[in-house]
Design a protein around this ligand. Structure first.
Ligand code: FAD
Length: 564
């Protein structure tokens, strides 16, 4: 068996290593266009910020190690230019000598990844405008920073964009981030990104939402970035993080099927439309694990697993790729945002019915020093309670909760299963009722009808005349520090004695700070014969949608000054 692999990083290197473990006899050739194989793309931003000090650490495995340990035929600086499917050969260009030659294959794995988008804007090729994909891009950006960059613009507030922002700020660079959408981190639901926007503001990062770069001009200071608003921003460096495009040219030229967004089409075995050719990683179209829709999810975990599965299939193992959940995490200074499964907007687009709840627990027992707050949003099927997705934002412990929920989504669990989950607990690590259990209690209570809830957007979207009577059950002090307009304050501890102040002929929407006292109040009212609902996640959820300390202005500028 001769296995040829195009691309020697996440998907390609995984496929090669697994293939060798399954067959000592196979001749395995990896072609990699760049000088490095198996490098840590995900670590690149942290070298720029200095957190990873040693560049060598990013070279996870050298070509020599791949040769000695796995007996792989690794050819770097070798670009595969074409596939001849009839003859089962690839045409390779040696980028050092310029020589071209053919290499035959029995099976071919395409793992060419995805290239950063460079929109065709005027001045896009000016010096000082970068993208980040590999160590060479990283070196160019670092050289620029080392020349003394004081101001930078990052275009795109996605995962890579925000990682760059954090690292530029670490280097003392005043950074502005421009995002076309009206929120940062587009895979998340908008309200869940509010704490991240606030964190950027706290770190004096200027975030321009609903704004785009329209062109670039040279300027004495370096560059002028022309914005859609007409404004111009001066910077010595611009980095584009506006998304990636699957490297599909080889596949297209070879007549392989490609989806509408450019991803190479594969089946569950990761075979392309030619059964002798497999494809993995950022270059492929995958099935969304929750909606079943075709999609593209450029993440390292899926790429690595797909590489392994493709090798399994080639060497006769029955593995299959189940689809991609989009489990992702990003740290932005002292905040972490993570998600798994479908977002609310994806479910809406797919027309899939869902319910949602918000909770705002601490990551471990509140009485133990150092408890950090988080917000957890759970999306689930309204009939069965099957988990559809989850998002969390906060500090410590966000990673653990999303990982538990990622397992639950993949296992097809329901909110009722979350109630029963037995998770490791001592006060340094969690709570006897872990946030996962709490989310299960709240969601299951909703489905069982024991804990009627309304989400804050639904409440606010109802005309004032038709809204339920709004009852704030926090203390008077909390109420006076900020409340939802129109709310009447009766603290939960006084509710039983003052219940007669409430109208009997109106539905009552109750809220507290995070939803817990609201739940108790709703139970008191329900048992007293009132028609009561709790606002899910309480005032904290309201603030996610209506941030008062750092309101988005009409121009979409999330200003550092306002947030302070
Ligand atoms: P790649 O790793 O991009 O490898 C493809 C390789 O194929 C490239 O080296 C390319 O040179 C080579 N190639 C392409 N065409 C040819 C050809 N014709 N001939 C020869 N060689 C070719 N994901 C996460 O899950 N978490 C993170 O924190 C994270 N952070 C990231 C940070 C950065 C800065 C970047 C750039 C990406 C990050 N990712 C992260 C995404 C993750 O790195 C990718 O999803 C993953 O590397 C995809 O693996 P792949 O094998 O498909 O492609």
């Amino acid at each position: 068996m001769k296995l040829v692999i195009v691309g020697g990083v996440a998907g390609g290197a995984s496929a090669a290593a697994r293939a060798r473990r399954l067959s000592e006899d196979a001749h395995i050739v990896i072609f990699e266009r760049g000088p490095d194989v198996s490098f840590a793309n995900c670590g690149l931003p942290y070298y720029l910020g200095g957190e990873i000090a040693d560049r060598e650490k990013l070279l996870v495995v050298s070509p020599e190690r791949l040769k000695s340990r796995f007996n792989l035929d690794v050819r770097t600086r070798s670009s595969v230019e074409a596939i001849d499917r009839a003859r089962k050969t690839v045409r390779v260009r040696d980028l050092v000598s310029g020589r071209e030659y053919e290499e035959a294959y029995d099976k071919l794995v395409l793992a060419p990844g995805a290239a950063p988008l460079r929109p065709p804007l005027s001045g896009i090729d000016l010096p000082g405008i970068f993208t980040l994909r590999n160590l060479q891009d990283m070196d160019r950006i670092k050289d620029r920073i080392d020349q003394g960059v004081k101001k930078a613009v990052v275009v795109g507030a996605g995962f890579i964009g925000l990682e760059l922002v954090e690292n530029f700020v670490r280097r003392g660079i005043a950074t502005t981030v421009i995002e076309l959408q009206d929120q940062l981190l587009p895979p998340f639901d908008k309200e869940m990104t509010t704490p991240i926007a606030q964190e950027l503001a706290r770190k004096d990062v200027t975030l321009l939402l609903g704004q785009s770069a329209e062109g670039f001009e040279p300027a004495p200071e370096g560059l002028l970035v022309q914005l859609k608003s007409g404004e111009q921003l001066a910077a010595q460096m611009v980095v584009l993080g506006v998304g990636v495009r699957p490297e599909n040219k080889l596949a297209l030229d070879a007549g392989l099927a490609v989806g509408p967004r450019g991803g190479i089409r594969v089946n569950e075995s990761l075979q392309t439309s030619d059964p002798q050719i497999y494809a993995v990683g950022d270059a492929i179209e995958v099935k969304d694990f929750v909606t079943g829709e075709p999609t593209q999810v450029p993440l390292a975990g899926p790429a690595n697993r797909q590489g392994r599965i493709a090798a399994d299939r080639i060497f006769g193992r029955p593995s299959r790729y189940r689809g991609t959940q989009g489990t992702a995490i990003v740290r932005v200074f002292e905040r972490t945002a993570a998600m798994t499964g479908a977002s609310e907007k994806v479910l809406r687009r797919a027309g899939r019915p869902f319910r949602k709840v918000y909770i705002h627990p601490t990551h471990h027992a509140g009485y133990y020093p150092g408890a950090e707050a988080m917000t957890l949003k759970l999306l689930f099927d309204p009939e069965t309670g099957k988990l559809l997705g989850a998002q969390a934002v906060g500090g410590a412990g966000v990673d653990k909760r999303i990982d538990v929920l990622a397992v639950a989504v993949q296992a097809g669990m329901t909110v009722f299963d979350l109630e029963e989950m037995e998770l490791a607990y001592s006060p340094q690590f969690g709570s006897a009722k872990d946030p996962i259990n709490m989310a299960g209690f709240v969601a299951a209570g909703l489905l069982r009808g024991e804990h009627p809830q309304i989400d804050v957007e639904t409440f606010m979207a109802t005309s004032v005349a038709e809204r339920p009577f709004l009852l704030d059950v926090r203390t008077q002090h909390e109420y006076e520090a900020g409340n939802i307009s129109g709310a009447v304050n009766i603290p939960v501890d006084d509710l039983r004695s003052r219940i007669n102040e409430l109208p009997h002929d109106r539905k009552i929407a109750v809220y507290c700070q995070v939803g817990q006292r609201g739940y108790l109040a709703a139970r008191i009212l329900l048992q007293a014969g009132y028609d009561a609902v709790n606002i899910s996640g309480g005032y904290k959820s309201y603030l996610l949608n209506h941030p008062t300390d750092s309101s988005l202005t009409e121009s979409g500028r999330f200003s550092a000054r306002q947030a302070k």
